[in-house]
Write a protein that binds this ligand. Structure first.
Ligand code: FE
Length: 250
């Protein structure tokens, strides 16, 4: 497997690039609209063709490049089926994994940060990689005070879906605000200040309630745009151009 972790500094987002060495098909996980050119260059450098963009959830802090990538490369847009987005080409779920060449993404339904959040497990010979989106971060977790988030639900998702995996499973989050790149299930289980060291559900809920985080800067723009897979202006223009109808002048 070809693999790259790419960083977008405005929203501190990690986009992950996966490539199948045999078919040369690629998947971009949580791509960001500001870094679309960089991602296309990376694909070109690696001799890969983008087959899918894939998102963990409807983001509130950045706009996905999903539909822009579709316009530019002809890739398909994949989202959690539960989001029911008309702009998506395919929906993934725990019973509908995404397979691209030798790449296999096993979706894990992990609500709590948002109500429909999914994480992805990628199994390679001798290595399990868990892409936790905004559910579990390194020494932290996603906030639970917007988008139908719920702290108790997030606690259960992390305990039931992540902390039951082998301890050496690599944990790749969708953000890190301290330039860390990767963790493990054992490391988070032991030392995550919100969830590790045997923290109870009640303790976790109390921690989350006391965070008092500021209102997310981009949420009012990002959420509606992401419900349209990134609100791709090119596709809207193309749709209008392609729609037959009387020409309107003046
Ligand atoms: Fe998020």
């Amino acid at each position: 497997m070809i693999f790259r972790q790419l960083f977008e500094p405005q929203s501190w987002t990690y986009t992950y690039l996966f490539g199948c060495s045999d078919t040369r098909q690629a998947v971009l996980l949580d791509p960001v609209v500001e870094t679309v050119e960089r991602d296309l260059s990376a694909l070109q450098d690696l001799g890969l063709t983008l087959a899918f963009s894939l998102d963990t959830h409807i983001h509130a802090d950045h706009i996905t490049s999903a539909c822009r990538l579709r316009s530019l490369t002809g890739c398909k847009v994949a989202y959690p089926e539960m989001d029911g987005l008309p702009c998506a080409d395919i929906g993934v779920s725990e019973v509908n994994p995404l397979k691209v060449g030798s790449l296999a993404f096993q979706p894990l339904f992990t609500p709590g940060h948002t109500a429909t959040h999914h994480s992805y497990l990628v199994e390679l010979p001798g290595s399990l990689r868990l892409f936790t989106g905004d559910a579990l971060l390194i020494d932290g977790c996603g906030r639970t005070d917007f988008q139908d988030g719920d702290a108790a639900t997030l606690y259960r998702s992390i305990h039931e879906k992540f902390f039951t995996l082998p301890g050496d499973t690599l944990v790749f989050p969708a953000h890190d605000y301290h330039h860390r790149h990767v963790s493990t299930v054992d490391q988070e289980l032991e030392r995550n200040p919100r969830l590790g060291g045997g923290k109870t559900l009640e303790e976790f809920v109390a921690i989350m309630m006391e965070l008092n985080l500021p209102y997310p800067e981009k949420i009012d723009v990002a959420v509606p745009a992401n419900k349209s897979c990134g609100a791709c202006p090119e596709e809207t223009v193309k749709l209008i151009e392609d729609t037959p109808g009387p020409s309107v002048q003046g």
